[in-house]
Design a protein around this ligand. Structure first.
Ligand code: ADP
Length: 179
């Protein structure tokens, strides 16, 4: 993580470039995440995807592997950067000097949880707002946990994750069953 990222200004206008951060577990990244990344990157000068190392969750992929998968699927989006982060989101937002946090909303159940987190974060860090993107309907039911469940039984995940990472996901489970 770059601890000293400075505020970048637009060369022509001198205005501060708008930086968004999209935090999450991304265990693994899905087509639903990728849809939000593509849409949010169009509205930001720079979008930093923050991959959370959460000590209370035992992820399928390590934080380094999740970062690598995200790099693979966002390689063609020039203004996207992937960074691991640990601890509080507001601290990561301050280090990055972010203007806003991006989150995705799938259903009413997401909303109840997300509004509480957004309000808490705003209280702790009033200079950063949370911006919500509603899911594209075709991905409204897609989640990392659903992908893990299907892949663990060798089922077809091609409708839920980018093609280029399918092998990585299946290999993870083959490795696991051999252990
Ligand atoms: P977290 O553990 O922080 O919820 P996730 O990786 O599950 O991390 O999700 C990161 C963000 O992406 C959350 O805001 C979540 O609501 C959003 N998201 C996840 N899946 C989808 C989807 N299919 N469509 C839109 N947003 C999604």
């Amino acid at each position: 993580m770059n601890m000293f990222s400075s505020v970048k200004k637009d060369e022509k206008t001198g205005q501060k470039r708008k930086k968004g951060i999209y935090p999450g577990s991304f265990d693994p990244v899905t087509l639903g995440h990728l849809d939000i990344i593509k849409r949010a990157s169009k509205l930001s000068d720079e979008l930093v995807i923050g991959v959370l190392k959460n000590s209370s969750k035992k992820p399928l992929f390590s934080v380094e592997e999740r970062v690598a998968l995200l790099k693979k699927v966002t390689g063609d989006i020039p203004n996207v950067r992937i960074e691991p982060f640990y601890g509080l989101l507001v601290d990561f937002a301050r280090i990055e000097k972010a203007d806003f946090i991006v989150r995705g909303l799938r259903a009413v159940t997401d909303f109840e949880y997300e509004i509480q987190i957004a309000q808490t974060n705003h209280k702790m860090c009033p200079e950063v707002d949370t911006v919500f993107f509603t899911t594209s309907v075709e991905y409204s039911f897609v989640s990392s946990s659903l992908v893990r469940e299907i892949a663990s039984y060798g089922g077809d995940i091609s409708a839920f994750v980018p093609k280029c990472i399918m092998k990585d996901i299946y290999e993870k489970y083959n490795k696991r069953t051999e252990e």
